[in-house]
Design a protein around this ligand. Structure first.
Ligand SMILES: Nc1nc2c(c(=O)[nH]1)N[C@H]1C(S)=C(S)[C@@H](COP(=O)(O)OP(=O)(O)OC[C@H]3O[C@@H](n4cnc5c(=O)[nH]c(N)nc54)[C@H](O)[C@@H]3O)O[C@H]1N2
Ligand SMILES: Nc1nc2c(c(=O)[nH]1)N[C@H]1C(S)=C(S)[C@@H](COP(=O)(O)OP(=O)(O)OC[C@H]3O[C@@H](n4cnc5c(=O)[nH]c(N)nc54)[C@H](O)[C@@H]3O)O[C@H]1N2
Ligand code: SF4
Ligand SMILES: [Mo]
Length: 895
């Protein structure tokens, strides 16, 4: 087996901690706390490739931002370092006393798809089996839960039927509500390989034209929220074309006739679909015909489908089309949910969602009894707990008094995030297990902060989108007093008197128990069965190769696909097609909130940036929080491109930079989710998002919140670069970012030039400073030089004439750059030549201006750019963007 091929002596095989593609990584520690990172050519998910985020993992291993010791909040609201013994006793005593006076249901755990399966398993077991609270939910509620609800409702179990190989073998790939090029880049490369090698077609369904759409054959910019109507119409079309697989449906499906009748009501014909989706009838007809005539079709989706008040119906509508045609579980076809987090799937497997119990079992009485007997649980929860948004309401209303948050940043990522943060701050007992010392959730001042092991230090398993279980292996020692999350949970369990059920000798021991539970009284009736791993010892666990579940005892090599021959996990072993609720569209705008705010991700940042924010490379692609606005709306609302705007919803507000978004429809806005109270003065996008949830899944509608927008003007704009943090005048707008050798802030302010000059003079020695003040022109430039190197800089200009950030940043970042001419630098020109512009290729640090220049000089394709500049030749995440840059001048020539 290739997976046993010899490695360079010190490389550790592990898995990327970011997205659900679950790429294999080879990490070679450098002995100084860092590591060289490479793709694992033998991992079936990526075969050696990594995207920009995976490639930059080595830049995120520093300890500067980490919490390294248990901390306890003191009366003054600051923190004292305490020992583990004191911390664990205090947490256990606090939980015990709240359970004693208010009952176990006053306690909640809020977990995360960034925990390892083993951490997740023990946390869920402690809360649901031993403390006796059902209120365990996870950030996967915000991410996957509509898919879980639909798959359980339709398949009878939360099973992803297909495998990544289906993307290699499909003739048509439909991406619904998924910016795959940026969010699952390595899988997107596989799709592009299929497009180039086998001429597969790619269709993108997204109201916004994304980087993914740049590389697609057909783009349907449907109205937000209208996916269910589009797929109901497809079902009607398939039936009309006689393409229903009658034999598959007769043998393996119930509810077909009612579902078709319901689809005919929702979407009787293409004209009706056109009204619902706002798409031209020809485009709908072309899409339907392509889908109908291509048996090997994969329909994949993520947050544009899940994060929606109709998410469960949207997913069901997709599943219905695949079931009706029997295009499921066979090579090259099937419905495919792209999971977000590295272990979103593992969390579902252990039962981390509030409506699940454990090992894909829910709360049916026999399931509760089975899990109770297996765990020998004294206080098993007997009914579903509160889902994330309701859970936070219960915290706000003091029905929940204690909460333990692990590996997620809810004060930033929940909808109505200002309210969530205030609710957390009011808990009687608030415990956070974290990697970092500071984030928005920690700003709500937990009573205890418990230092948890981070990627590279922790050991366990994760499951990717295709059900593949892979090991994350430690290659760095635990720093300070940091401990693995599972250890922390088990130590608290012991102190609560549950020691006998939590005496694990290591992660392998927990995994072996989890595997045994999956097989316990299973008999093939439950999808999640990894019985072949029950009782695995440490040596076998350490050797574990990536494998797709189910892995029952009789099938140790795992299972690539399910359901080609039925075998669903409902009582009758049939899939249950269900009529949809009449699809409601996304929330309505009104005169107060006339626009719909869509939120999502950018290529090089991960969520609230606690890790990607440490990487200068990743911070160079998109440097500041912005809102993309259709040019017509820029004019309509009196905005200025490159200026600022305040967005407000019924829940909260933020001030963002205005970017002209050609790809954003009129009436819509798009803002990234990544900036928080940590990294920007006023850009907490979660504060605006509405807490409206899908009625079945409880997943909040994060993609369509009614908002208003209004221009905000500042007198000056500028940036500051420094080796140490630098405080700006209090009322300034700013965004902070990692820069090689220090940090940078892009800012805007009304403060006078003299106020900023005074700040610099306070901070730095006069003899190291060179200043250029132009009061008439309204600009101020200051460089601080030490031993010929740029040690700090502050540039300020009148708003709209922001000085050349990229040039000065490059000088600041380059350890070899000596500044021979201060005046050249202060003039904003690079000592070495021209301004690089924002980084496009993060791997080789190639800027926008170089790529533009190469196209202008005659390069015709992204491949030629690769040959000339190397841009796009490593991870390829920037290829869609390079193509777009190349298309611009040619498009305008053609016009
Ligand atoms: N770079 C990067 N990659 C990531 C992450 C990250 O933070 N950064 N996070 C990971 C996680 S946890 C997740 S969940 C995934 C998310 O991956 P994606 O779901 O691909 O990412 P998003 O940007 O949240 O949203 C996807 C698209 O949905 C579209 N959309 C909005 N409303 C609708 C609608 O009504 N219908 C349709 N069809 N589309 C709509 C949006 O315009 C957006 O382009 O990414 C994972 N990968
Ligand atoms: N408006 C809007 N909101 C959204 C979304 C959206 O599209 N729009 N997307 C939603 C989705 S899909 C998701 S997945 C969430 C993500 O939202 P979050 O989960 O809140 O975001 P992260 O920044 O990943 O937070 C993870 C935290 O856990 C810490 N951490 C990382 N690894 C470990 C570990 O091993 N142990 C411990 N104890 N701590 C660790 C990190 O330092 C970080 O503080 O955001 C959701 N919120
Ligand atoms: S695609 Fe990128 S972020 Fe996702 S697992 Fe692979 S390397 Fe990590
Ligand atoms: Mo997610």
């Amino acid at each position: 087996m290739r997976h046993d091929a010899p490695l360079a002596p010190a490389a550790t095989r592990t898995t990327c901690p970011y997205c659900g593609v679950g790429c294999g990584v080879l990490a070679t520690p450098d002995g100084l706390g860092g590591a060289a990172i490479a793709g694992d050519a033998d991992h079936p998910a990526n075969r050696g490739r990594l995207c920009s985020k995976g490639s930059a993992l080595g830049e995120t291993l520093g300890l500067g931002s980490r919490v390294l010791h248990p901390l306890k909040r003191n009366a003054a609201g600051s923190y004292d370092r305490i020992g583990w013994g004191e911390a664990l006793d205090a947490v256990a005593n606090g939980l015990r006393s709240i359970a004693a006076s208010h009952g176990p249901e006053a306690i909640a755990f809020y977990l995360s798809g960034q925990l390892l399966t083993e951490d997740y398993y023990v946390a869920n077991k402690l809360a649901k089996g031993f403390i006796g609270s059902p209120h365990v939910d996870t950030n996967s509620r915000l991410c996957m839960s509509s898919t879980v609800a639909a798959q359980r409702r339709v398949f009878g179990s939360d099973t992803v039927p297909g495998a990544y190989e289906d993307f290699d073998g499909a003739d048509l790939i439909v991406l619904a509500g998924s910016n795959t090029a940026w969010c699952h880049p390595v899988l997107f490369r596989r799709m592009q390989d299929n497009r180039q090698g086998r001429s597969a077609r790619l269709v993108v369904l997204d109201p916004r034209v994304t980087a993914t759409a740049e590389d697609a054959d057909m783009v349907l910019a449907l109205r937000p929220g209208s996916d269910a109507a589009l797929f109901a119409g497809l079902l009607v079309h398939l039936a009309g074309r006689g393409l229903v697989d009658r034999s598959y449906v007769a043998r393996h499906v119930t509810g077909f006739e009612e579902t078709l009748a319901n689809a005919c009501e929702i979407a009787p014909d293409i004209a009706a679909v056109s009204v619902a989706t706002d798409l031209p009838t020809e485009q709908i007809a072309a899409f339907y015909e392509l889908w109908a005539s291509t048996p090997h079709v994969v329909t994949a989706w993520s947050q544009g489908v899940n994060q929606s008040a109709q998410g469960t119906d949207k997913v069901s509508a997709i599943l219905n089309c695949h079931l009706a045609t029997g295009r499921i579980g066979r090579p090259g076809c099937g419905p495919f949910s792209l999971t977000g987090q590295p272990n979103a799937m593992g969390g579902r497997e252990v039962g981390g969602l509030a409506n699940m119990l454990a090992a894909h079992m829910g709360y049916a009485p026999e399931e509760v009894d089975r899990v109770r007997r297996f765990w020998q649980a004294p206080n098993i929860a007997r009914r579903e707990g509160l889902k994330a948004v309701q859970m936070l309401d219960a915290v706000a209303e003091h029905r929940i008094r204690a909460m333990w948050v692990m590996a997620t940043n809810p004060a930033a990522s929940l909808p109505d995030a200002d309210k969530a943060r205030a609710a957390l701050a009011g808990l009687d007992l608030f415990i956070v297990s974290e990697n970092v010392l500071s984030n928005d959730t920690l700003s709500a001042k937990p009573h205890y902060i418990l230092p948890a092991a981070a990627w590279g230090e922790k050991d366990g398993t994760v499951t990717n989108s295709e059900r593949r279980i892979s090991r994350q292996r430690a290659f760095l020692p635990l720093p300070g007093e940091v401990k693995p999350d599972w250890w922390i949970v088990c130590e608290v369990a012991k102190r609560l008197g549950f020691g006998a059920a939590f005496t694990y000798t290591g992660a392998h021991h927990i995994y072996a128990e989890h595997a045994a539970l999956s097989a316990f009284e299973n008999d093939g009736r439950r999808d999640f069965d990894i019985g072949a791993h029950a009782g695995l010892d440490k040596a076998a666990y350490d050797r574990l190769r990536p494998v797709q579940w189910p892995v029952p005892v009789q099938q140790r090599e795992g299972t690539a696909r399910l359901f080609a021959d039925g075998g669903f996990f409902s009582p009758e072993r049939r899939a249950q097609m269900r009529p949809l609720a009449t699809p409601k569209l996304a929330s309505e705008t009104d005169s107060t909130f006339p626009l719909l705010l869509n939120t999502g991700r950018v290529r090089d940042h991960w969520h609230t940036m606690t890790r990607t924010g440490l990487s200068p490379r990743l911070s160079a692609h998109i440097a500041e929080p912005s809102v993309s606005v259709n040019p017509a709306d820029i004019a309509r609302f009196g905005l200025i491109e490159g200026g600022f705007a305040r967005l407000a919803s019924a829940h909260g507000s933020a001030v963002l930079k205005v970017a002209a978004g050609e790809g954003v429809a009129q009436g819509s806005l798009f803002a990234p989710i990544h900036w928080s109270g940590e990294t920007a003065s006023d850009a907490r996008i979660g504060a605006l998002a509405q807490p409206l949830c899908d009625p079945f899944s409880g997943q909040p509608e994060m993609k369509a919140t009614p908002v208003s927008i209004a221009p905000v003007a500042y007198r000056f704009e500028g940036f500051v670069l420094s080796r140490e943090p630098f405080a700006l005048p209090a009322e300034s707008w700013w965004a902070r970012l990692a820069v090689q050798g220090g940090e940078g802030r892009l800012f805007a302010t009304d403060s006078a030039i003299d106020a900023l000059a005074a700040l610099m003079r306070e901070r730095f020695d006069a003899h190291e400073m060179t200043e250029l003040i132009d009061r008439d022109g309204g600009s101020y430039r200051c460089a601080v030089l030490r031993e010929g190197r740029l040690a700090a800089a502050l540039f300020l200009a009148p708003a709209g004439r922001a000085p050349l950030w990229d040039t000065v940043k490059a000088v600041f970042a380059d350890p070899a750059a000596t500044v021979e001419s201060r005046l050249t630098l202060l003039s904003g020109r690079s000592p070495g030549g021209s301004d690089p512009g924002p980084t496009v290729c993060a791997c080789f640090g190639v800027g926008l201006n170089a790529i533009r220049a190469a196209f202008e000089a005659g390069a015709a394709t992204a491949e030629e750019i690769g040959l000339q500049l190397r841009a796009g030749t490593n991870c390829g995440s920037c290829l869609p963007e390079i193509r777009r840059i190349g298309a611009r001048p040619r498009a305008s020539e053609a016009a």
